[in-house]
Design a protein around this ligand. Structure first.
Ligand SMILES: [Ca+2]
Ligand SMILES: [Ca+2]
Ligand SMILES: [Ca+2]
Length: 877
């Protein structure tokens, strides 16, 4: 309760503890005592007596003096004239010492009282609040005392009297009962003691009295307790300038994240990867949160995504985005990230030639480790480009949402683009247009669409970034290579917005790790907040969601996102409907006329898939037109909700029209899928060139079997959770287990694989050397035997056939018949078997056999198949 200077209504009541205390006659010293009275509302008020101006008489009690004084003070304050004479208000029998009025017309008495009030403020607040067990007396000392509680009807009164007596015995004041604790009283030291020595003496005296008093059951001197508010404080020097996190200048114009942090939701257990020009992970705001296992460098094909210094000093982009997401707090360095408890990885892919296959690899890189892919890039924002992911990139996005995150789906966050000044539109950007991505736009600190921002019907939501020069940009980590300092105040563009969204999604995934990629999109749609902006074309659809092409479903709000995520149960499986390819070949008329084509989706059409309510609606068109930028395409959902899916672009004079380009819109989210869809195309060009032709189109609906009632029920449930009532650890919804999906890593050799290869190689070399040595020694042994010593043995000639067939026999030295005959002729006796065979070939078993079967041993190899034997002239033995 705030301390009020105005006295409480009714006659002040002096506290009972003071009423009977006798005061010494004479002049009361300045600040010697205080007057405590309780107003009718029960609140305590304390005043210092104006002792220097009060003469006390024999028999005066504290009560009489205090009451008179306090009455005088009350009347003085109530007086409309600040120059009212206090002396005139004093009761008879009191003499006021003449004194000068204080400046501003207030009496010195009042000024002294105000000073006393100031000194007593903490004590008074303690009493006025919760009964103040930590209240301090005017002298700075106070004791909580628990008295023995007697039995009986009048125990409270008795206790009160006893408390007064004990306090008086200890030289203290009884400040009353402590809250609702029966028998517990707060004794405070009278004002006046200021010297440290005096304080120590008083403390010892009081302790002695209280310890020895038979009525005191327990006592404890009250000390100041150190308590911190449960709010986040960071020592990072740039944190106060991070207005997007906590906007002190314009409260409310931030992402509303501090309450989430206070509940320990910081992105713990979630990994966000920045797909960009590298991440300098050695910066101290990044290093502790860096995830090397989620990182890769596709430009240099190595695992380290460290950015390379460049001529333009521009490869700081990825590091800045990474800092927005996961900059480390309380390290006295730079800034704080939105999800400062998350892990941050980097995929370096933008610093060099980029191909479709590289994009595809990037989108699925370490997709069981990386949960969220933050992509602050896209096709040229020149207002004339129509481009997006190509075949492989599209396939990778689709594969990512199906197999990434153990099957819950990778979250791809993409920036809507910075081509605002070129009249660009993110419906011509295939990444923003994709149903697999979360498309995030930017608003400035004032909530307006910045000059650079693009708009489109597929925009899901917006968050903060820089604006024009007068407005603040995003403060974040920077690289410290080249001209970088490790910290910047100048990050801007939709590039700065997408990472904030990625960080907020990391907070969601901490509280609910099994959110699917579609759950994340749904929660954004359900919780983004619409706000007033006269430039925005807000339109509320049939399901009650407001959307504008400029701001999507509104501002991302971390508090709402996380609270909704905490209680979110998964949306039903994705259902879709694809119309036939509708061949039209109709002319597109000049504005104000237009071409209108229809397609009706019946109940029967949707029966197979179970699709009832919409999420994304996509239209794929092929149009021939001499100037593509002059075309305007609008899609009307069955409810009548209109989406400008193809906005005219003044700079796009491409003569080739569109070939199977897919536009998409989220503006019909939650609406019923059944009904007639209208595509309205017109030519808004200035010059009547050749008329364009709508060759064909195809409608694709995505959604689920949720009914409109289910959606309203979910909306109601989420709003009931926004108080934060479920945002504590003891509330958890069960999560289904994820799928076991191995990492796809066919492009790199892991260190373990490399070690295995080296070992195998070494073994092969060793074996080769051993084998050669063995053969060499065998050769030597054979040539050194008696039979071969005179050149009788030779290595059999290898036949061409056996060489070709690879069926060559082991190189065992053999003797051919010719040589044997020659030898026989020369020596007169045939050689023995042992003379012919190398010792290592003929082991003991063979030897025993040779003794028993001499005929076989005469030609030990004759049992071999004929095709393995040599030519006739090389007939063995
Ligand atoms: Ca590298
Ligand atoms: Ca920091
Ligand atoms: Ca663009």
């Amino acid at each position: 309760m705030p301390l009020s200077l105005a006295p409480a209504p009714g006659k002040p009541r002096v506290s009972a503890g003071r009423r009977r205390r006798q005061l010494r006659p004479g002049r009361m010293a300045k600040g010697e005592d205080t007057c405590i009275f309780r107003g009718s509302a029960g609140s305590w008020q304390v005043y210092s007596l104006c002792s220097e101006s009060t003469l006390l008489s024999e028999g005066d009690t504290f009560a009489s003096v205090a009451e008179n004084e306090c009455n005088a003070v009350s009347q003085t304050r109530n007086s409309t004239s600040q120059r009212a004479q206090p002396a005139a208000l004093m009761p008879k029998g009191r003499q006021k010492v003449p004194h000068l009025d204080a400046p501003l017309g207030l009496p010195i008495c009042l000024w002294l009282e105000l000073a006393g009030l100031f000194l007593l403020f903490p004590w008074v607040m303690g009493l006025a609040g919760a009964g103040g067990p930590n209240a301090q007396g005017p002298g700075g000392l106070s004791w909580a005392v628990h008295l023995h509680s007697p039995e009986g009807d009048r125990e409270e009164e008795h206790l009160e009297q006893q408390a007064d007596a004990v306090a008086q015995a200890a030289g203290l004041m009884n400040a009353g009962r402590i809250g609702e604790l029966r028998g517990h009283y707060l004794f405070v030291q009278p004002a006046g003691l200021r010297q440290a020595m005096e304080v120590q003496v008083v403390r010892q005296q009081v302790e002695a009295v209280l310890a020895g008093h038979k009525a005191v059951h327990w006592h404890s001197e009250q000390r100041l307790l150190k308590r911190a508010k449960r709010s986040v404080h960071f020592n990072d020097p740039k944190y106060p300038q991070q207005w997007h996190l906590n906007n002190r200048r314009s409260p409310g114009r931030d992402i509303n994240v501090t309450g989430v942090w206070e509940r320990n939701v910081t992105g713990r257990g979630v990994t966000v990867v920045v797909v960009d020009d590298g991440v300098q992970h050695t910066i101290q705001d990044i290093a502790p949160n860096y995830s090397p296992e989620g990182s890769y460098d596709l430009n240099s094909n190595d695992p380290d995504p460290m950015p390379h210094p460049d001529v333009e000093n521009g490869n700081h982009h990825g590091t800045r985005c990474a800092g927005e997401i996961a900059a480390v707090p309380n390290n006295s360095f730079c800034a704080v990230g939105v999800a400062y408890g998350s892990r941050i990885a980097g995929i370096r892919v933008l610093d060099g030639p980029l191909t479709d296959s590289m994009e595809a690899v990037a989108f699925n890189k370490h997709y069981q480790i990386n949960d969220i892919y933050s992509c602050s890039w896209g096709p040229d924002d020149d207002g004339k480009t129509v481009d997006g992911p190509h075949q492989l990139g599209k396939a990778a996005l689709q594969h990512g949402v199906m197999a990434g995150r153990q099957g819950f789906g990778s979250i791809f966050v993409v920036a809507s683009g910075n081509g605002g000044q070129h009249n660009d539109n993110c419906n011509y950007d295939g990444y923003a247009n994709s149903i697999y991505t979360v498309t995030i736009g930017a608003v400035d600190e004032e909530g307006r669409m910045p000059f650079y921002a693009e708009e489109c019907a597929s925009m899901l939501a917006v968050t903060f970034s820089g604006g024009d020069k007068m407005l603040r940009s995003i403060v974040t980590t920077d690289w410290d290579l080249q001209k970088g300092t490790g910290c910047t105040e100048g990050h801007t563009g939709t590039s700065a917005a997408a990472p904030l969204a990625a960080g907020m999604i990391a907070l969601m995934l901490q509280v609910r790790p099994c959110l699917t990629w579609r759950d994340v999109q749904h929660i954004i749609v359900f919780t983004a907040t619409q706000y007033e902006d006269r430039h925005a074309d807000w339109l509320t659809n049939e399901a009650g969601f407001s959307h504008s092409h400029q701001h999507g479903f509104g501002l991302l709000n971390a508090w709402r996102l996380v609270n909704a995520a905490k209680i979110w149960t998964s949306v039903p499986y994705l259902a879709s409907y694809i119309s036939p390819v509708l061949k039209e070949n109709k002319a597109i008329l000049q504005s104000p006329h237009s071409l209108e084509v229809l397609w009706n989706v019946s109940r029967m059409d949707l029966e197979m898939s179970g699709l009832k309510t919409l999420e994304h609606v996509a239209v794929t068109v092929s149009i021939a037109h001499p100037r593509r930028g002059s075309l305007e395409l609008k899609l009307f959902c069955p409810s009548g909700m209109v989406s400008l899916i193809g906005a005219p672009r003044s700079m796009d004079s491409d003569p080739n029209g569109f070939e199977d380009w897919t536009f998409s819109t989220v503006r019909c989210w939650g609406e019923r899928a059944k009904g007639t869809y209208r595509l309205v195309i017109r030519d808004v060009g200035d010059e009547p060139l050749h008329l364009g032709i709508l060759q064909q189109w195809q409608l694709t609906l995505y959604g689920s079997m949720w009914s409109p009632v289910d959606i309203r029920e979910r909306q109601r449930l989420l709003e009931s959770a926004m108080s934060g009532r479920y945002l504590h650890d003891s509330f958890t919804l069960p999560c289904p287990p994820g799928l076991e999906i191995p990492e796809e890593d066919g492009y790199t050799i892991t260190p373990n694989t490399l070690k295995t290869l080296v070992l195998v190689g070494c073994f092969t070399i060793f074996w080769t050397i051993y084998y050669m040595l063995e053969v060499y020694l065998s050769h030597r042994n054979v040539t050194s035997t008696q039979g071969c010593r005179n050149g009788l043995c030779h290595w059999p000639q290898r036949s061409r056939k056996s060489k070709e067939e690879g069926t060559e026999l082991e190189s065992v030295p053999l003797c051919n018949s010719k040589d044997l005959n020659e030898t026989e002729a020369e020596n007169g006796s045939p050689p023995t078997t042992t003379d012919l065979l190398a010792p290592d070939v003929l082991n003991e078993g063979d030897w025993a056999l040779s003794q028993n079967n001499q005929s076989a041993l005469d030609c030990p190899y004759q049992h071999r198949p004929p095709d393995l034997l040599q030519k006739e002239e090389e007939q063995i033995c």
